[in-house]
Design a protein around this ligand. Sequence first.
Ligand code: FDA
Length: 308
Amino acid sequence: MLGPALLAASRSPRVRSLVSTSRVSRGLVDRFVAGESASDAVAAVRALTERGLAVTIDHLGEDTTERAQAEATRDAYTALLGRLSDEGLAGSAEVSLKLSALGQALSGGGSSFALENARVICAAARDAGTTVTLDMEDHTTVESTLAILRTLRADFPWVGAVVQSCLYRTEADVRDLAHPGSRVRLVKGAYREPRTVAHTSKAEVDSAYRRCLAVLFAQGAYPMVATHDQSMIEAATRLAAHHGRSGDDYELQMLYGIRTAEQERQVGMGRRVRVYLPYGSDWYGYFMRRLAERPANVAFFLRGLVSR
Ligand code: FDA
């Protein structure tokens, strides 16, 4: 129960201020976030690729409230893509975008504005020789995000989708998205959702994850199996063997700093593994979701706060 409570509390400005300014946060943030600057991100990408891992980079930021902020995020992505290309890293590093950081929630045409910003980033990714995946945020954004995905794919068919097995609607979305060539990242879902739209028990979310995986492999999509859950990883590798997929015909994905030994073990077995690498100064929302996923992380963090 700690996870949902923490996600709810994380919306409070007082909690935000306490967590953002605490020195205790810093140590744990460093475990999940690669640093604040593009140079930090590029250095982390280089270190990961030297160990045989692929990367998807997230410039941290979400819930943008001003157009200028969204444009700054767009420009940070295009500059980053230029650097990845210049440094010969674009072959193994793509980017992940949150449309809310590109202005999706702004009043008066936020969706179109986010679409145009995403289009600029996709063009920069194409020029750099890499790809883009659109993160999925809470359920209220799914319809708009999938509409933007469809529009972008008309010009950039390689744009990746993210779907969350916790949502009831996702199995139908997966059937629509799972065509050959379609890059689909399957996650369990990190947002606090009402039971009117989402499964609430881990068993139901896991069963839905397995059903979605089966559809992605069977219908010929390119599955991006984003989970740290060993039983889901094993389900994916069994499906890959069943459908005759080689190690580069699907990929496993995990978050930076989580189960790093397993990431390397999978690479050692010839599987493609991509690490989701966040960087930037706006780490609060991302960090709180990582804490909420694991009671041990919260306990460690709270012990640090009260012992100071
Ligand atoms: P589960 O939560 O059942 O955890 C399985 C095991 O993994 C745990 O027992 C523990 O060992 C380990 N683990 C999981 N989380 C941990 C943590 N924070 N710290 C330490 N250990 C942990 N969500 C979303 O809503 N939209 C999105 O766009 C994305 N994008 C995304 C990309 C990638 C590459 C990944 C891996 C994940 C996401 N997510 C996401 C997050 C996702 O929805 C989910 O919240 C987390 O991956 C945790 O779920 P698991 O599948 O790992 O299983």
